[in-house]
Design a binder for this molecule. Structure first.
Ligand code: C5P
Length: 234
């Protein structure tokens, strides 16, 4: 079974997707991490992000693995390196590239094949998995999203003002929603959830209820977990 969670940055998608997957006993796929990893590799190789041929060459040398919460790029653990404001800013043109999106969506489908999985991103319910059994679009008030992101960055030891975070977020929202390929929109059959007033647990409670209602075989076992088909690490 595939569950998709799309929405803007800072709405709590990653945390919600991770927790929902854990509660259901599903795997979890952070597709933003894939775009970030390609961006990091491109910056290292001085790739011209506006040139599709260069990007295609870049992708040929990229091997991604996503075991647990880690991101491995050609066997190197880059989990922390891809969470910087620089990578966030540079990921825009990479995420707008047709050749990159085509390849990453192909990898996402390969990863999800035969698994019970929660996939999180911008285009999971619209492009990557249009036939997903359960789709969510998670959003929140922009100021609240920026507050959360600011707290997160500070907790990670990064020095950045709230105003800068808000401005970068607005730029990213506009960019994600306005791009020609796979713009960030809710799938017509997605359930829209506003997380502004809710805690992570409350959001995930709601999602979990909906997923379990839709798929009768997702009844929890005696230990509270739902049996998952997939046993292989991502
Ligand atoms: O979600 P996250 O902030 O990690 O995403 C990193 C970058 O990848 C952003 O620029 C976002 O727009 C892009 N992205 C995307 N499609 C996805 C996931 C992320 O375009 N499915």
């Amino acid at each position: 079974m595939i569950v998709t969670i799309d929405g803007p940055a800072g709405a709590g998608k990653s945390s919600a997707a991770r927790l929902l997957a854990r509660r259901l006993g599903f795997d979890f796929l952070d597709t933003g991490a894939m775009y970030r990893a390609v961006t990091l590799q491109g910056l290292r190789c001085n790739c011209n992000f506006t040139n599709e041929t260069d990007l295609a060459k870049l992708l040929a040398d990229v091997r991604l693995e996503l075991p647990g919460d880690r991101v491995l790029l050609n066997d190197e653990d880059i989990s922390a390196l891809i969470r910087t404001p620089e990578i966030t800013a540079a990921s825009g043109p990479v995420a707008s590239s047709k050749v990159v999106r085509t390849k990453l969506v192909e990898w996402q489908r390969q990863i999800a094949d035969g698994r019970d999985i929660v996939c999180e991103g911008r285009d999971q319910g619209t492009i990557a998995f249009p036939r997903a059994e359960c789709k969510f679009f998670l959003f929140a008030d922009p100021v609240e999203r920026a507050r959360r992101r600011h707290r997160e960055l500070e907790a990670n030891g990064q020095t950045i003002s709230f105003a800068e975070v808000l401005q970068a977020q607005q730029a990213r929202d506009t960019r994600d929603a306005a791009r020609d390929i796979a713009p960030m929109v809710a799938a017509v059959d997605a359930i829209k959830l506003d997380s502004t007033q809710y805690t992570l647990d409350e959001v995930v409670d709601k999602m979990e209820r909906i997923v379990r209602e839709r798929i009768p075989r997702c009844e929890p076992t005696s230990d509270g977990r739902t049996p998952s088909r997939s046993r292989v690490q991502l």
